[in-house]
Ligand binder design. Structure first.
Ligand SMILES: [Zn+2]
Length: 109
């Protein structure tokens, strides 16, 4: 069967409404939202979106929170790095340095 919506994809349901830009953006999001992703637990490509920010693996059944439309967002990865202690966010670092200096100067006299 000939593919009906080669260019517009899932946004074809809007027909000619809402403008090209809005429809293209919807399409680009929905491609990732509806795709199967790689499972962080078992490694199979069977993770599907179960709800907003909720992702579930159809192979091993693991359910986890992630991005609203992709399992892992760039911001989320940065937060994970901070939690692992690989990256120290700048504002916290400044507070630490200032706090240490204040403690040192308080102990000296
Ligand atoms: Zn899995």
């Amino acid at each position: 069967m000939a593919k009906r919506t080669k260019k517009v994809g899932s946004a074809g349901r809007f027909q000619a409404r809402y403008g090209v830009r809005a429809r293209t953006r919807v399409r680009n999001v929905e491609i990732q939202q509806k795709a199967k992703h790689i499972c962080p637990s078992c490694g199979h490509k069977r993770v599907k979106r179960a709800g907003t920010s909720i992702w579930q693996c159809k192979k091993c059944g693991i359910k986890f929170a992630g991005g609203a439309y992709i399992p892992k967002t760039e911001v989320g990865l940065n937060v994970e790095k901070i939690l692992r202690g690989e990256v120290v966010p700048e504002p916290i670092m400044k507070e630490k340095v200032e706090g240490e200096k204040a403690e040192e100067s308080g102990e000296e006299p």
